[in-house]
Design a protein around this ligand. Structure first.
Ligand SMILES: Cc1cc2nc3c(=O)[nH]c(=O)nc-3n(C[C@H](O)[C@H](O)[C@H](O)COP(=O)(O)OP(=O)(O)OC[C@H]3O[C@@H](n4cnc5c(N)ncnc54)[C@H](O)[C@@H]3O)c2cc1C
Length: 312
């Protein structure tokens, strides 16, 4: 049973690229993998999952009470099919970080967190101390491995697969002690920060919620996700699900543009895997210029309107 089960993440319409990144991690372990899609009306998502290169079987578990990503409901479904798998992988996104520890607890194993590299099926690497050190994590040989995969560290697989889709009824009823109330999201229609190919962020220097609209306007012009430093979030300029960094989101866009962000280590740890980092800061000695590929020592309130004009 050297086989991996990947937990698919989706929003009911599209499969999150984190699923394919987890699948890449499974191939690094050297294992064949299946994908479980949980939700309500999951046909379209299952079809998208079946297209991931190398997917064995897509198991589609369709039930009304699985429609929303409640760990209390999803965990028991995964546990019910865990016998056939040596490894169960989920993304290190908000969904995966909620779900995977519950699966691990139900299976009586410790969770391996944030896999960034694979040595073999039981030896992994993950960053610690805000990405300043890499630690070797050894899971007990032969035990079931339940792990989150650091999505910023893995590239998605191709989409030339043609896996069989198997429908399965839910094995448990809805949880009696957890219920879905509603979703409040600050991100609107903008791309998800953890999978966006480009992200534009603002820091404390934005100085107000109203000024932060400049970040949204620029992001929308190039179809980017919008992010923020913790100082901007704490000051109430934008919602906290936009926070990038150690205690926010770890992201890996091809392009990251930071406006008025000093470059504290806790922020930098969230963008270490970004392709090109562009920083605009009026202090030429700001630490962010040490990691930026392109730096502009200038006032963001001059630069953003100019960029908007050029792009608009
Ligand atoms: C345990 C812990 C966890 C943390 N986690 C996170 C995290 O996840 N993410 C995070 O971001 N931070 C985090 N922090 C906070 C972090 O240490 C910094 O305080 C924070 O990142 C600073 O945000 P900032 O760069 O927006 O603000 P500041 O450090 O105040 O920098 C503002 C910058 O804007 C520049 N500036 C000012 N005006 C202009 C202008 N008009 N045009 C251009 N530039 C201008 C200034 O030169 C300055 O460099 C954490 C801290 C701790 C202790």
């Amino acid at each position: 049973m050297n086989r991996t089960l990947i937990i698919a993440e989706h929003d009911g319409t599209s499969l999150n690229p984190s699923t394919s990144k987890c699948a890449r991690c499974a191939t690094a372990i050297g294992q064949d993998f299946d994908i479980v899609v949980m939700g309500s009306s999951t046909n379209e998502i299952a079809t998208q999952a079946a297209a991931i290169d190398g997917a064995g079987t897509v198991i589609s578990v369709d039930a009304e009470h699985l429609a929303n990503p409640l760990a209390a409901n999803h965990a028991s479904e995964v546990v019910a099919m865990a016998d056939g798998y040596s490894h169960i992988l989920g993304p290190s996104t908000t969904y995966g970080r909620d779900l995977m520890p519950r699966i691990a607890a139900l299976l009586g194993v410790n969770q391996v967190s944030d896999i960034s590299a694979v040595e073999d099926g039981y030896h992994f690497k993950r960053p610690i101390y805000a990405g300043n050190a890499i630690v070797d994590v050894h899971a007990p040989e032969g035990s079931k491995v339940v792990a989150t995969v650091r999505v910023a560290s893995w590239k998605a697989l191709g989409d030339g697969g043609n896996a069989a889709v198997e429908s399965k009824s839910a094995s448990s009823a809805a949880s009696s002690h957890t219920r879905y109330v509603n979703l409040e999201s600050g991100g609107g229609e903008r791309p998800d920060l953890q999978t966006a190919t480009s992200v534009i962020s603002g820091g404390r220097a934005m100085a107000s919620k109203e000024n932060f609209d400049l970040i949204y306007e620029l992001a929308d012009l190039i179809g980017a996700g919008a992010g923020a430093s913790r100082a901007a979030v704490d000051a109430g300029y934008c919602p906290n699900d936009m926070q990038v960094g150690q205690t926010g989101k770890i992201i890996s866009p091809d392009l990251y543009i930071a406006f008025g962000i000093s470059g504290a280590i806790q922020h930098i740890t969230g963008i270490k895997d970004a392709g090109t980092i562009v920083a605009v800061n009026k202090d030429a000695d700001a630490p962010i210029f040490e990691v930026a590929d392109i730096g502009l020592a200038a006032d963001l309130f001059t630069v953003i309107p100019e960029m908007k004009q050029l792009l608009g």
